[in-house]
Design a protein around this ligand. Sequence first.
Ligand code: COA
Length: 380
Amino acid sequence: MSDKKTGGAGLRGQSAGETKLCTVGQTGSGLTYCGYDVADLAENVTFEEVAYLLFNGDLPTQQQLDSYKKELVTMRDLPQSLKEVLKLIPATSHPMDVMRTGCSFLGNLESESDFSQQMRVSNRLLAAFPAIMCYWYRYSHHGIEIDCQTDQPSLGGHLLKLLNGKTASPQHQRVMDVSLILYAEHEFNASTFAARVCASTLSDMFSCITGAIGTLRGPLHGGANEAAMEMIEKFTSPEDAKAKMLLMLERKEKIMGFGHAIYKTEDPRNVIIKGWSEKLAKENGDTALYDISVACEELMSIQKQLFCNADFFHASTYNYMGIPTKLFTPIFVCSRLTGWAAHVMEQRANNRIIRPSADYTGSGPRKVISISERDESLAM
Ligand code: COA
């Protein structure tokens, strides 16, 4: 078997298609959506504007944005039967399994009967995902059946109000908005590629997104923000973090939230979310988690020349906002849905079924022998 680094494992370095949606590691800060630098977007627009951009190819005018946000607000509530299903899912379930089931079940109730409905379905999922996540979480953990509508005009503010039962501060709403922008799109990452493979069979949008959720769940992909939090909360100080991480590296463990398949020197999303983590730490009057995170970053840079990806400082940022760790990756889903759906639409617009070949490494040609002969040869 060929070496994983030279044998083309993971399709690394190979182009698997064309996209107008995103570049990674090429121009500007290193990440662009439809030609806009992600740093520019995170500084100057809202998540709804980014969703509109990915779905339509251009940023909206004020009038387009106002009517888009109004449309999304009307699509937030969940059908009663979906609420009943969510109530049946135990608190011990992984919330990514809840998102997967919620998406799939909604597909049974509001199926995409033909592709002319793709925009409606994409917007419906975008509007409904925060409620799917929070309805299950608040019911299973606190016994509360929440109202899935809120008075919050933005998706980030809506999500935080569903989760906490009260309006989040303008600053927390903005941090959530920035986080959703940073997570929205990332070219042919594993979950998006899974969505495109599914789309290439001419399957429906709910199936494409359900498959993408399952792919994002793994700790090598979206699950890294949750795994990073579980690691840093075990460290008691920056010194403790460095000592324990050294031991982890000696044991050849992977440190979640570090490294990237495409970026080689830095992840452009890191500096943005790290800045918010620092700001929240100072305003909370408790910089311990931020200081520990910085110590981890320094150690990984010195020991492994590895840098933080988008997930690492998301952990402390979300923690400072009081978000439960198990919901970190589902929030990623609420955002990345925009990238997934945009890629599904792009795949459909110029489709050929995705069907690569494999290099065969198995047995040479052989003939079937009778089962008694196989038994005999084993007994020998
Ligand atoms: N911790 C420790 N070592 C790491 C590492 C990490 N987070 N990421 C990469 N490395 C090491 C690998 O062990 C490998 O070392 P080797 O040359 O001694 O075998 C080397 O760096 C190259 O890594 P590799 O696994 O080949 O990179 P990849 O492109 O296949 O994988 C990731 C990219 C993102 C999957 C990988 O960096 C990783 O697992 N990171 C942690 C999970 C994570 O944060 N995922 C979110 C990505 S946005």
